[in-house]
Design a protein. Structure first.
Length: 432
């Protein structure tokens, strides 16, 4: 009997090392795929920010456009819609006699609610196959249960480094036959999503395009072509230019790069070029990424609450003027302002910048950290729910920082921008 499977793509927008795709291709004669630009992701949030602003939306458009081509070459059509998955997917399942739906397993409440709505709209005979596919260390392979995830990163990291193994990569083969459906839907434009055009800012540290090919090219360039990976630990606190850090985050966030792929590439680099503190540190940072995913898996909706996972009752303000000054880069701190102008004009900010502006917002100005996190969610090209909320909790003193620090922004500027190169770039040059 011929069977048709449907892969519902969300934040797993790649063809390499993609568990749902591999499963679907092995278990069916035909595979088709759907991606929905969910209008709820482009609405305003409770603080008035558009949930996905133009920078990430453009990156996503580029990613989905390329995915459609890549899948087509594997004889898998990708249907792209602007609409709610719970309205679109059941239609495809009915029309094409789909017997199984494959998707990446998510656990944050909004994603779960939407998946449950889709599932409810399907006949109970449809096989619903969810797989965790965003981790470096698979949840079945870590040496602890989710309720025992340590509060302190170092404890988590050491246990994983000692006892967990990163799985081998999954490879998809071309489907033998073209699916009988050939008509492809069109990927929307920024305008279709209600967003304005991007004016390219030449100062950006993130000039890259979305899509799996660009992500793989970046990995190739950062490691093999330029060997910047060998110096990562020395440069990672930089602020200006494309190469002080890997910039993998945007592809990782929408799943167009797999963390296992980066890991295995670093291991290969270590055996063929050099194994040093920098190569180790790249994997160390990928473990941070996993840690925040596990923290959100453990604590559920507490990561979105004002008192955070520590339940600490601080006094928080929501002074509209102070918030607007922070957004517009008009605070009393030039270093904060330069970073805030960078994110406003490009959708990018370095890790050093993010730590400083978040600490200034939540700890110095004592503003409700969730508003700062929501602004980041709106602007960042690499927004990832777990990394964003996990880091904001951490910096705001309601998460996993055992030292509960406040950044001294002036000292940080002296240390990381001693020559004022970064501040001059954003505070003195005219736009575009
Ligand atoms: P590199 O330094 O090259 O690191 C390699 C990879 O390791 C990154 O791509 C990322 O996947 C991971 N990584 C590095 N640092 C962290 C970290 N602190 N937490 C989690 N993962 C890390 N990262 C996001 O991907 N999405 C977010 O929405 C996000 N929001 C943040 C908000 C705040 C307030 C702060 C302080 C940090 C946030 N980060 C977020 C983490 C970090 O700033 C970015 O991952 C990093 O700057 C991305 O640049 P890169 O890829 O060049 O990183």
């Amino acid at each position: 009997m011929t069977k048709t499977g449907l892969v519902w793509f969300r934040n797993d927008l790649r063809i390499h090392d993609q568990v749902s795709l591999v499963k679907a291709s092995k278990e069916n004669s035909f595979v088709m795929a759907v991606y929905c630009f969910d209008p709820r992701h482009f609405e305003k949030d409770r603080f008035g920010f558009v949930r996905t602003e133009k920078y990430r939306a453009q990156f996503l458009i580029e990613t989905v456009t390329e995915l459609q081509d890549q899948l087509n070459a594997l004889n898998i059509p990708l249907f792209v819609h602007v609409g709610k998955p719970e309205e679109i997917i059941p239609e495809y399942v009915k029309i094409h006699n789909i017997t199984s739906v494959y998707l990446q397993k998510e656990w944050t409440s909004e994603e779960v609610a939407i998946a449950n709505n889709v599932k409810k709209a399907l006949s109970s005979e449809i096989h619903w196959i969810e797989s965790y596919d965003q981790f470096l260390f698979h949840p079945e392979d870590i040496p602890m249960t989710i309720d025992k995830i340590p509060q302190v990163f170092t404890v988590f990291r050491k246990k994983c480094e000692k006892y967990a193994k990163v799985r081998a990569m999954e490879t998809i083969s071309k489907m033998p036959e073209k699916n009988r459906v050939t008509h492809l839907t069109k990927v929307p434009t920024l305008k279709d999503l209600g967003l304005s055009k991007i004016h390219k800012d030449t100062r950006t540290a993130f000039p890259f395009k979305g899509g799996e090919k660009a992500g793989l090219q970046r990995l190739e360039d950062y490691a093999w072509n330029t060997k910047k990976l060998s110096y990562y630990k020395k440069t990672r606190n930089g602020l200006v230019g494309t190469d002080y850090s890997s910039k993998f985050s945007a592809w990782l966030a929408n799943g167009s790069l797999s963390p296992r792929m980066i890991y295995h590439e670093v291991k290969k680099y270590e055996s063929e070029i050099v194994k040093n503190q920098s190569t180790y540190w790249m994997i160390f940072e990928l473990i941070w990424r996993d840690f925040f995913k596990y923290i959100s898996l453990k604590h559920g909706n507490d990561i979105f609450k004002l008192e955070g996972i520590l339940q600490t009752p601080y006094e928080w303000s929501s002074d509209v003027k102070l918030i607007q000054q922070w957004i517009d880069g008009e605070t009393a701190e030039p270093f904060v302002n330069a970073n805030m102008l960078e994110i406003k004009h490009t959708g990018w900010m370095s890790n050093r910048g993010r730590q400083n502006v978040a600490s200034y917002f939540a700890r110095t100005l004592k503003l409700d950290w969730r508003i700062g996190a929501a602004y980041f969610e709106s602007q960042l090209i690499d927004y990832d729910v777990h990394s964003n909320y996990g880091n904001w909790l951490y910096v705001s003193g309601v998460g996993n920082d055992p030292r509960n620090r406040t950044f001294n922004v002036k000292l940080q500027a002296e240390r990381y921008d001693a020559s004022n190169k970064f501040q001059n770039l954003w505070l003195q040059t005219s736009l575009f």
